[in-house]
Design a protein around this ligand. Sequence first.
Ligand code: GDD
Length: 433
Amino acid sequence: MKIEISREIERFGPIKIHGVQKVFELDGGLKNAKNDEENNPIIRRIAYDVQHEIQEQMAIVVPVRNEKIKLIEGVLSGIPHHCQVIIVSNSPREPMDRFKLEKDAIEHIGRFMNKKFLIVHQKDVALTRAVEASGYKHLLNKKGEVKNGKAEGMILSTMLAYLCGKKYIGFIDSDNYFPGAVQEYVQEYCAAFHLSNSPYTMARISWHSKPKIVESNLFFAKRGRASEHTNRILNRLISYYTGYGTEIIKTGNAGEHALTMEMAMKLDYSSGYSIEPYHYVNVLEKYGGIIAPPPDDVMKAGVEFYQIESRNPHLHEVKGDQHVKDMSLAAMEVIYQSPICPPLLKANILEDVHNRSLLPVDEDISRSLSYYPALHSADFKKFKEELQNESYAELFTKDLTDYTPEKKDKKVLRETKAAKIKELPNDGQLEVK
Ligand code: GDD
């Protein structure tokens, strides 16, 4: 892959947010191939074999709930062969066992691919017991099952990827119509990890376009309907503290993203579709130095966000207006409820959700989201022990001999009135358009 260097970088204490980087060629050739680009200061070449080395250390998670089996098969066919694929499904098991159908179809194509998929149901009894044994009970509902939600499935699969000994974890939605786009996203995750110097790195895909039919013609829209608003508010949050307006964040809602396992273990998560904007918010909360000074290891190594613009169009299942509204409201809520969200931005958010009819005008943003503390506090030895008789346990190659769960991080207090935050003089930038 040949990719431009980031033109802009927003720095926030130890956090670096790279501006969107454009891909110029999808295939960058082999490591030892003669190539003029080595002398080009603005283009980085990530050789095919370098990407391959990263893929061998990467788990790709495919969350599923009620998708067409043909779509899932297409997505799986696009994932590079050496990635460990983890499919976590929350499809209904009654009255018809949809998960059984999915598992059967996936194992069948796995024979042709000569590939062992790790496929689990989000509410599987053995997994639930393992989560409970690990002490990470936040993920369980009152009935003692793993809660519903995409984020909850992602957190569970992060625990499985950790046991598989993977260094990187990436997420790809299961409703993507283009296997070529899926393959490209994974290559872009690899490019970001290759470019980064930090063990705390996240790659986020900014789609080149999302095709739609408008008046019988294909129209390639640049952004999704929710993302535009999420990005604007996240950028305002950053501007508030830096004192400079910015448009750096273009991937506030990126479902397609990947992290180093070290970062995946350190982050707190939030529920459902708010998980992606919360990545930015939580990193700012934890490491931005606003609430407390960042820990030494993060201060030294830094945290890097890469945003890469893909070449393939992103075509996925359309799930309706209400779904987009709910997703957008969840994104707004997760920013609004953050203790680092200044009162003026809260007012902006409220006005925005009312203007867009995400909430009735007389309603305030409620607290509907759940928050999950960093996974490094879970007891992975116990988690593994509970799963030792499962067919996929052979994939658990992580050596846990010296593993001890870390102490829980101090809880981030979520106050509706972020009263302790200083008013800075750049308030004028924060008005709603
Ligand atoms: N395991 C699991 N559990 N998977 C789920 C669940 C669940 O409860 N709910 C949804 N999924 C799966 C879906 O099957 C799909 O593969 C993926 O998660 C994304 O869910 P969608 O409901 O299709 O979301 P979307 O396509 O509208 O939104 C996507 O793009 C947004 C950015 O525009 C998601 O990735 C969002 O998280 C993202 O913000």
